[in-house]
Ligand binder design. Structure first.
Ligand code: SF4
Length: 113
């Protein structure tokens, strides 16, 4: 039963959160590896303790809606700016959305408010 509930919760989270995926498995893997070594990461549910997102849903995304900001579309980033840099190809697609060159820390600062 708990597994079904988690599955439903994740399906709803994906439906709300996801905008575009970046399609780069290496980037997803690098992001998840960073989370797994982070003290904010909740291994049991694969959630970030800062933003509350499921990392297996968020890590493959290039852009997402932020539920804390009324669904604002953002370039997907770690709220603490700890993720590895976004690949140039992803950045190129997002120039219109983020007017900064942006490492992950810059993105976290940019979207802080
Ligand atoms: S998104 Fe950032 S703060 Fe959250 S668990 Fe991953 S590395 Fe830690």
């Amino acid at each position: 039963m708990a597994a079904h509930f988690t599955g439903l919760k994740k399906a709803l989270a994906y439906a709300f959160l996801a905008d575009q995926e970046h399609g780069q498995q290496a980037l997803t893997t690098a992001r998840l590896k960073t989370c797994e070594g982070c003290p904010n990461y909740k291994q049991e549910t694969k959630q970030c303790g800062v933003c509350g997102c499921f990392m297996d849903i968020k890590a493959p995304l290039a852009t997402n809606r932020n539920p804390m900001k009324l669904g604002r579309i953002e370039v997907t980033h770690c709220p603490k700016g700890l993720w590895p840099g976004i690949e140039a190809s992803v950045k190129k697609q997002k120039v219109a959305i983020v007017p900064i060159g942006g490492c992950d820390y810059d993105l976290a600062q940019y979207y802080k408010n």
